[in-house]
Design a protein around this ligand. Structure first.
Ligand SMILES: *Cc1c(COP(=O)(O)O)cnc(C)c1O
Length: 461
């Protein structure tokens, strides 16, 4: 006993970086036999994670990397709260409801009191819930009509985010793609008549295509579905995947009709942790009316004496992010969100304009939908280097900017994308631009072709 105490004191006295575990290798793929000092464990993990890129210079991700000190304080106050413990944390549960009601209102629900929604861990879970509601509604209608429910299908652009492939795979729904092409880089309703049928549970429309940052025209897709209904009687609902754009359009394009103003839009999801401006770990899905969410998907769990309705894939999940979302809503208000999204878009448009003006490049998008833009090398500019090489060169300077192929019929095209977020200041943008120019000049000055590049930053699609 005394010996143990002495040993701890001894190891506490040892200078940092020379303690057992710090001076030897400490990579465990099996639980170690004994303990180590908390300071040592902290040092080991802190130092190992230093090799991660700098989150603020990560221009590949849509996900929030900065909040203010009051948000950090609120986070610290609440990181022990489990969102599912609604009976124990009724205040957090109430705040969750304020948030989805705020979103229903921001998205112009026809009857503010009739919306229903939930928080999730992110848009992926929110999309699963939106998709499940579509599928269940279709099943009910088919059963009522005495028709088969064997072969549901869901229509979407080939540029969808991977969560929709997961949804279709996990929940046995056939994916029907509308391939993007140079003539139709966005799903605009063209060709829908060839893919929908009585087994179509819905159409997913993207408000913010991850590849380019462009909005798919929700109203045009809806008008096409109206035409199809007039001809065939098929009444096909829309789910809007607004992971990024549903927190941008209400502030920057308030007159664009993409939300519940479009009759056919039954549900909308967004990522609180993207342009909702919260740290990773919160998403939202809202249905235009209680009737749009089949009641038999909602569980009423009796929990420590309370009864709570839930519709979620997860059980336990952090409650703190929901409080952070509410903090953003009331701290910023409509004016604050508008100011932030506008400033971010100004940076995106400035960068897009300057990069588009460089001789080798042409823009696919210019940041005027969400503050995201993509560009490609002009055909015939060079066969010595590609955008993968530019990505690698920028990484040397600390910038994480992904290069990746487009989808559908455009998958032979390589593009590069920058996601501007709150925190990418005009000054940082100027530095980035300087580095893009320098590295482009460097690559253009090469006498011989660059060797095949290594793996660049992950493309978040
Ligand atoms: C990011 C994204 C998702 C997935 O969102 P997570 O919050 O990361 O789960 C889904 N759809 C689109 C269009 C996205 O941009």
């Amino acid at each position: 006993m005394v010996r143990g105490v002495t040993m701890v004191q001894d190891s506490e006295l040892e200078p940092t970086f020379t303690r057992v575990g710090e001076s030897t290798t400490a990579r465990y793929t099996r639980i170690p036999d004994g303990e180590m000092l908390p300071a040592t464990a902290y040092r080991v993990i802190h130092d190992e994670s230093m090799l991660d890129g700098n989150a603020r210079l990560n221009l590949a991700t849509f996900v929030g990397t900065w909040m203010d000190e009051y948000a950090d304080k609120l986070y610290r106050d609440a990181f022990d709260k489990n969102m599912i413990d609604k009976d124990e944390y009724p205040a957090t549960a109430a705040i969750e409801e304020y948030c989805w009601r705020i979103l229903g209102d921001l998205w112009n629900a026809p009857d503010r009191d009739d919306v229903i929604g939930t928080s999730t861990i992110g848009s992926s879970e929110a999309c699963m819930l939106g998709g499940l509601a579509l599928k269940r509604r279709w099943q009910h209608a088919r059963r009522e009509a005495g028709a088969s429910t064997e072969k549901p299908n869901l229509i979407m652009s080939s540029a969808v985010q991977v969560c929709w492939e997961k949804f279709c795979n996990y929940f046995d729904v056939e994916m029907r793609f509308i391939p993007t092409s140079d003539e139709h880089p966005l799903m605009d309703g063209t060709g829908l008549e060839d893919v929908v049928d009585e087994n179509t549970i819905g159409v997913v429309v993207l408000m913010g295509v991850t590849y380019t940052g462009a909005y798919e025209p929700v109203a045009k897709v809806a008008a096409k579905l109206d035409e199809i209904q007039a001809k065939t009687g098929l009444d096909i609902p829309i789910h809007v995947d607004g992971a990024s754009g549903a927190m941008v359009a209400p502030f920057l394009q308030p007159d664009l009709e993409w939300d519940f103003r479009v009759q056919r839009v039954q549900s909308i999801n967004t990522s609180g942790h993207k342009y909702g401006l919260v740290y990773p770990g919160v998403g939202w899905v809202v249905w235009r009316s209680v009737a749009a969410l089949p009641d038999d998907l909602v569980f009423r769990v009796s929990y420590l004496g309370g009864s709570m309705p839930t519709f979620a894939l997860n059980f336990s999940r952090p409650g703190a992010q929901v409080l952070l979302q509410y903090y953003r809503f009331i701290r910023l208000g409509r004016a604050g969100y508008t100011a932030i999204q506008q400033a971010t878009q100004d940076v995106a448009r400035f960068l897009a304009h300057e990069i588009g003006a460089l001789e080798p490049y042409e823009l696919l998008t210019d940041g005027s939908d969400i503050p995201v833009f993509a560009w490609r090398l002009k055909a015939g500019h060079t066969d010595k280097w590609t955008l993968y090489h530019l990505s690698e060169r920028l990484r040397i300077k600390g910038w994480l900017v992904p290069a990746y192929p487009l989808s559908g019929d455009q998958s032979d095209q390589t593009v590069m994308r920058i996601v501007c977020r709150n925190g990418l200041s005009r000054d940082l943008a100027e530095d980035l631009l300087r580095d893009v120019r320098e590295e482009t000049d460097f690559l253009d000055a090469l006498d011989s072709p660059m060797p095949h590049p290594g793996l660049g930053p992950t493309f978040h699609h």
